[in-house]
Write a protein that binds this ligand. Sequence first.
Ligand code: FAD
Length: 385
Amino acid sequence: MSTYDYILVGGGLQSGLLALTLADRRPVSKVCVVEAADRVGGNHTWSFHAADVPPEARDLIEPLVVASWPGYEARFADHVRVMPSRYATVTADRFDAVVRQVTTDRGWDLRLRARAAIVNANRVILDTGEELRGRCVIDARGPRDAGRGCGYQKFLGLEVETITPWPDRLPVVMDATIPQEDGFHFVYTLPLTPTRVLVEDTYFSDGPELDHSVVRRWIEAYLGRRVGGWRVVRDESGVLPMPWQPGPTQSADGPLVGGYAGGWFHPATGYSFPVALRFALAVATVPPEAAPQATAALARRLSPRWRFARFLNYLLFRLVPPDARWQVFARLYRTLPPAVLARFYALEFTAFDAARIVVGRPPRIDPFRALRLPRSSRWLSPSLS
Ligand SMILES: Cc1cc2nc3c(=O)[nH]c(=O)nc-3n(C[C@H](O)[C@H](O)[C@H](O)COP(=O)(O)OP(=O)(O)OC[C@H]3O[C@@H](n4cnc5c(N)ncnc54)[C@H](O)[C@@H]3O)c2cc1C
């Protein structure tokens, strides 16, 4: 039986960020990462805003960045907003390479193609029957079926090599100048080089269904309007729950649950990076046995912001009809100063920021939408009120 200071179960974004912060802050620890796939990080492109990374973590994160831009755009039928704040992207390939390097340098145990069957507070049993012991076990096995009130952010992205240069210099985080269908519908474009771009067709929708062949044709039609020709080099897709009800709470005698499964993400954007990074920093600043207390303190600090973000999801998915949802984002991008948007994305907004987010000309509301819902998901749960 092997024993460790930390066992990180699931080698995705959360565990990779934990490995980087532990390597920096607790380099003499003994760490094991258990990942079911044959590499770390899966098939993702993660992007983040400058304010998502606290100053003390910038040097840690920079080796992960494959591309960055001095700003980004959001486009709506009636206006375009250019935000003058850095936007950066991490690919799974780079993530895998950096995390492997860090674990190799420290002599840590990176167990790929290893599936955890049982995960307890101090013990992990692999499906081979092998038992691992840890002073701190962190369960970060990724998004699980929410099983609670939520809307969905769902998308399919094609990374393409284009024949003619991509016409935009900056990422467009929302191009909502397209027909609105199945909720808030927009295209996300990330010009990784002048001739390589990730194009994601995205929906903020009531249901999780996504017909890949239909969406793929849709992206190809969009590409056809923008470049002379292209070759698909990769695709990625996701269906992320956007909850308006709170998630399961951390159990006192279970493993510490991190990442998406533990609720360490931004409920109203689906972005994980800022919150998973703060979780990793909280874990790495204290000895292994104190990690649950350190992350509980962080959860208490973030709790009002999580509640507010879930409240926004409730408004968006339960009161605003699908075809009017774009108005919510158009107003935010028309009225909010860059600093407020940056704090919103980073889940570091103030009470005054929150007031600015909700006060203003409302979108079209359908008060009967909520009444048509199943009774269990009709009202805000007590902890959301
Ligand atoms: C395609 C896509 C793009 C996204 N883009 C962004 C973005 O730009 N910015 C952003 O902030 N967020 C983004 N997100 C949201 C969020 O960052 C991801 O969901 C994030 O990867 C969640 O991190 P995690 O570590 O909790 O889970 P994951 O990264 O999903 O990692 C979980 C890992 O656990 C492993 N695993 C599962 N079960 C077992 C088991 N039994 N034993 C061992 N290993 C197991 C899986 O193989 C996986 O590698 C994106 C999500 C998707 C799906």
